[in-house]
Design a protein around this ligand. Structure first.
Ligand SMILES: *[C@@H]1O[C@H](CO)[C@@H](O)[C@H](O)[C@H]1NC(C)=O
Ligand SMILES: *[C@@H]1O[C@H](CO)[C@@H](O)[C@H](O)[C@H]1NC(C)=O
Ligand SMILES: *[C@@H]1O[C@H](CO)[C@@H](O)[C@H](O)[C@H]1NC(C)=O
Ligand SMILES: *[C@@H]1O[C@H](CO)[C@@H](O)[C@H](O)[C@H]1NC(C)=O
Length: 657
């Protein structure tokens, strides 16, 4: 009986999902703007392995669904100031990331044992903002339709530069989402896969059409399915051993003892090599090479080049001495070849990235999406970077959730444990094996060898990191206060969540600033197909529309806003920056702005402009908001539209002490 029980618990384990869903910033789970509960295209930009029903639509600026990229809303977070030489946290901009993961992570082996090993990797990618909404072929964008960018492989590895360019131009569409650049996938497609990896008994395809079993084939992706321009081998392994376009923020490790390894091997810190080949001797660099190691690279006429990651480039400094001289105040500059260099002999001045933060993952409960310690969803306080160029940046955020079992040593098992045919060697784990319990019936186990050891992922839509503006100083601390959730009731939104403010209780000092901002979609109708959930968009106001606003309430048990005369919040606020540009805003103006989601810019406008719908239907779905400083006090507030007693509560507290 004991044996049976053990086996059954393994059976259950094999079945489960272990998805990850980002709520702050809103994770797309590959959605764009579809009105359906299910996302339309799971291959749109990355491989999430999540439930089709997860994710949030891209934000709309106005009251109507956006027809083009320019009408989409991008969250705008103010960058940190040059904080590194300052004391305490002065100058930092904080964004508290929030997510739910389904299969548990973190915790202490003795008091709250987990049922698998796990770690999380938080990363981002930024580039200079450009003037047009969709930019050029390489600009980060969300796209206007849900299709995946196309890709065609090279006809031969001796194609001309014109042929490479034509392939790229034929593939990349301005109206479609782009995160990793086209060249990133082209590289991955051509490059031989790492043959030292453990692939169990999975049969990875051996020919990408060019005769190579390349980095698009992995144990988890044996058929080489494509998701946007994500590279499967890079997706599945961290730290990756070649240059990547991602910057590491943090690793939430299974055990803090692994942190020194992650920190030193992160591409933020360590430079990695790639084989570089040329169209003609001494000519332009090909974006790809078949060789993944130095010996084969150089034997075949390539150059094995070491590349550096960077926060941004500093082209003003054109010599090594001038570049190094900039390293001060905690910032480091590095004279090196950037990973995206077109000329591999030319070093450039690069602002170096910090080592990633690393700590043990917080506890979360197995099979309970969202239950972290004390019943809260897990979060990570991201200190946003400071960009010395003072340029506005377009960015995306990526989070991977990696789980593995102890059925084999997850860190020290390599290709020597793979199944081999001649002579036959059994993989140390097998697909759906039958276990003989000594009786007449063997029990079949649900073990997917492409899933024992598996990544889940979510990513944000495009957002901005902007230089500080208005009366915000370089030494102010800034907290971001946003809205999470989407239109619908609990089963209609799941595994996304209903509306709430985040952080739900924000503690700050009288010297701190808070950037209040939110985004919403007009197409969160959650219609069929709704997959494992219920179709529909219960809630107040126009179908499918997200709206939020802020009105002060006396205490959290109240559901009725205070009349303006009784409020204390707005007269306690000092406006440091506001969406309308003018900081000459009276407390009463501010109350009107916040309660109308920016529909009215002032009390005067509220008297003259066409009336706002009482359910905010004609108010904008997104609100760039304001950066405010508050006097000491405790302020409670809610959203009038979404708070509906016994149905849902969108109430929050700001404590300034
Ligand atoms: C982390 O690893 C160390 C060394 O193996 C071990 O002593 C410790 O108990 C582990 N910590 C947790 C939380 O599992
Ligand atoms: C996931 O964990 C495995 C260990 O089981 C490791 O080999 C792999 O590099 C990790 N991948 C990522 C993306 O974290
Ligand atoms: C509260 O929600 C219920 C259910 O969606 C709805 O019937 C009711 O009208 C809502 N109340 C208000 C004041 O909107
Ligand atoms: C709102 O709450 C009422 C009473 O509990 C319930 O009957 C109704 O179904 C709820 N509506 C929504 C949209 O959740």
């Amino acid at each position: 009986m004991m044996i049976l029980l053990t086996v059954i618990s393994v059976l259950l384990f094999g079945q489960c999902f272990a998805d990850i869903y980002l709520h702050i910033p809103r994770g797309s789970n590959n959605r764009l703007n579809e009105k359906t509960g299910n996302r339309k295209n799971a291959n749109r930009v990355f491989d999430s392995q999540n439930n089709n029903k997860g994710g949030y639509n891209v934000g709309d600026k106005g009251e109507n669904p956006s027809n083009n990229e320019g009408e989409q809303y991008r969250m705008k977070y103010f960058q940190s100031g040059p904080f590194k030489s300052l004391n305490n946290d002065a100058g930092k901009s904080f964004l508290e990331l929030e997510w739910t993961n389904q299969h548990g992570c973190g915790g202490n082996e003795d008091t709250s044992p987990q049922k698998q090993n796990c770690h999380m990797i938080l990363q981002y990618m930024c580039q200079d903002d450009v003037n047009t909404p969709t930019g050029t072929a390489d600009t980060l964008r969300n796209g206007q339709r849900t299709d995946t960018q196309a890709y065609n492989r090279p006809q031969s590895l001796t194609e001309t530069q014109a042929q490479t360019t034509a392939r790229k131009n034929n593939a990349v569409q301005q109206e479609e989402v782009l995160q990793e650049p086209w060249e990133w996938y082209d590289k991955c497609f051509v490059r031989e896969r790492n043959r030292g990896l453990f692939t169990a008994d999975q049969k990875l395809k051996t020919n990408n059409g060019l005769g190579t079993s390349s980095a698009i084939y992995t144990r988890e992706n044996p058929n080489g399915n494509r998701y946007g321009y994500e590279c499967p081998e890079e997706r599945d392994y961290f730290p990756y051993w070649h240059p990547t376009p991602w910057k590491d923020i943090a690793v939430l490790a299974e055990n803090a003892s692994m942190c020194s390894y992650y920190k030193s091997k992160s591409f933020n810190t360590q430079m990695y090599h790639e084989c570089v080949e040329f169209y003609t001797p001494g000519g332009a660099r090909r974006p790809y090479s078949k060789w993944n190691n130095q010996a084969q690279c150089t034997q075949n006429g390539g150059q094995w080049i070491q590349f550096s990651n960077f926060l941004e480039k500093a082209p003003a400094y054109t010599t090594e001495a001038a570049c190094n001289a900039q390293s001060k105040g905690g910032l480091t500059y590095r004279w090196a070849v950037p990973y995206d260099a077109t000329s591999v002999t030319k070093k450039e001045c690069l602002v170096q990235l910090d080592q990633p933060d690393c700590k043990e993952a917080q506890y979360s409960r197995s099979n309970h999406l969202g239950n972290g310690a004390n019943g809260r969803a897990n979060s990570y306080m991201w200190t946003l970077p400071y960009f010395p160029s003072a340029k506005a940046k377009r960015c995306v955020f990526r989070m991977r959730y990696n789980i593995s079992t102890d059925d084999y040593d997850p860190y020290f098992t390599d290709s020597s444990s793979n199944q081999q045919l001649n002579p036959f060697v059994q993989s140390i784990i097998e697909q759906d094996p039958y276990i003989d319990l000594g009786g007449r019936t063997a029990l079949r186990m649900n073990i997917n060898t492409d899933q024992t050891g598996r990544q889940f992922q979510d990513r944000s839509h495009v957002f901005f990191m902007s230089p500080r503006a208005g009366a915000i100083s370089q030494t102010d601390r800034i907290f971001n206060l946003n809205v999470r959730g989407k239109r619908g009731n609990i089963v209609q939104t799941y595994p996304a969540v209903e509306y709430d403010f985040h952080p739900n209780t924000l503690n700050m000092k009288p010297s701190d600033l808070v950037h209040i901002q939110w985004t919403g979609s007009n197409t969160h109708n959650n219609n069929n197909p709704a997959g494992d959930g219920q179709a529909g968009d219960e809630g107040q106001g126009k179908d499918g529309s997200d709206r939020s606003n802020i009105v002060e309430i006396k205490n959290l048990n109240d559901n009725f806003p205070l009349p303006y005369e009784s409020t204390t919040m707005w007269s306690a606020a000092d406006v440091k920056w506001i969406y309308s540009g003018s900081t000459a805003v009276s407390p009463k103006d501010l109350a009107v702005i916040m309660s109308s989601s920016g529909y009215y810019k002032s009390v005067n406008e509220a008297k003259t402009k066409a009336a706002m719908n009482p359910l905010l239907n004609n108010a904008p779905a997104s609100f760039e908001g304001a950066v405010l400083k508050f006097n000491r006090g405790t302020y409670h507030y809610m959203s009038t539209r979404n708070n509906n007693f016994s149905n849902r509560s969108q109430k929050s507290t700001l404590i300034v002490s």
